[in-house]
Design a protein around this ligand. Structure first.
Ligand SMILES: [Zn+2]
Ligand SMILES: [Zn+2]
Length: 263
């Protein structure tokens, strides 16, 4: 079964202009069975929340969910960045009914996206330690269902001879994973890394094995598609990555309740 639980529409300001309906049609054409649309809503420590028309998106998702129900299962989702940084995030979720909430760490405590840090001129190992400290804050704060793309820094930090790796930070990785298991979040396998320098889906194999060793049973998979022509991209590789690590099912959240779906 092909499942893609992380994707964006034109409601996200870093995505190509396309509607929820365009997205769902593209997913049906790709042969996907269950999808979640998860447009961005980022919260910050010092700045106001990002302006996204989440209610318009939710309205369109609910309409599409009904309109296409005989062809595909659409789960209404949102990707919340820095859920721990602003109490308005919890208030936002209390007053909206989503099927699934992705928790992401895009920005550091300085409210700068990881992508925009000047890695040529900062201490990258110190940065990674700060990243894991912040990730642990976010995971302990909770309020989401799926812990997204924990390999995001690996995707964007490579420069010159510096090859970023989590291998020296496995104690910190373990702390994050233990908390993830204890709280019942699904760990996301994100296909985006497949199309960067690593040429493989995240998280790295040893991280996924560690999650399994610690008792992790819930995983999610997502393409992180930002355009209609690449829905489901890398999903087969995510499934292969999951199976190699001993996972035979994916956790799907319906009305925020976890259910296992065989892959
Ligand atoms: Zn993200
Ligand atoms: Zn995303």
């Amino acid at each position: 079964m092909l499942i893609d639980l992380h994707m964006h529409t034109g409601y996200s300001d870093d995505a190509a202009a396309h509607s929820v309906e365009d997205k769902v049609r593209a997913c049906i054409d790709r042969g996907l069975s269950i999808i979640a649309i998860t447009d961005h809503l980022d919260f910050w420590h010092h700045l106001p929340p990002q302006e996204t028309d989440v209610d318009g998106c939710l309205r369109d998702m609910n309409a599409a969910k009904t309109a296409f129900s005989d062809q595909i299962e659409l789960l209404t989702g949102v990707e919340i960045g820095q859920i721990h940084a602003d109490p308005r995030a919890a208030e936002f979720l209390r007053t909206r009914a989503f099927d699934t909430v992705i928790g992401s760490l895009h920005g550091m405590p300085n409210d700068v996206d990881i992508y925009f840090h000047d890695f040529k001129h900062i201490d990258c190992d110190a940065f990674l330690q700060d990243y894991f400290d912040e990730l642990l804050h976010m995971v302990r704060h909770g309020g989401f269902d799926v812990l997204a793309h924990i390999d995001y820094p690996l995707r964007v930090m490579r420069h010159g001879d510096y090859i970023p790796s989590f291998d020296r930070f496995m104690t910190s990785v373990e702390a994050v994973l233990r908390e993830t298991v204890a709280r019942g979040y699904a760990l996301e396998l994100n296909a985006a890394g497949l199309f960067g320098w690593q040429k493989r889906v995240g998280p790295p194999e040893n991280v996924l094995y560690e999650f399994k060793r610690l008792g992790g049973e819930r995983i999610s998979i997502g393409s992180d598609s930002h355009a209609p022509n690449n829905v489901g991209r890398g999903i087969e590789e995510c499934i292969a990555h999951a199976k190699r690590a001993g996972f035979n099912s994916v956790t799907v959240f319906r009305q925020r309740r976890a259910e296992q779906v065989m892959i």
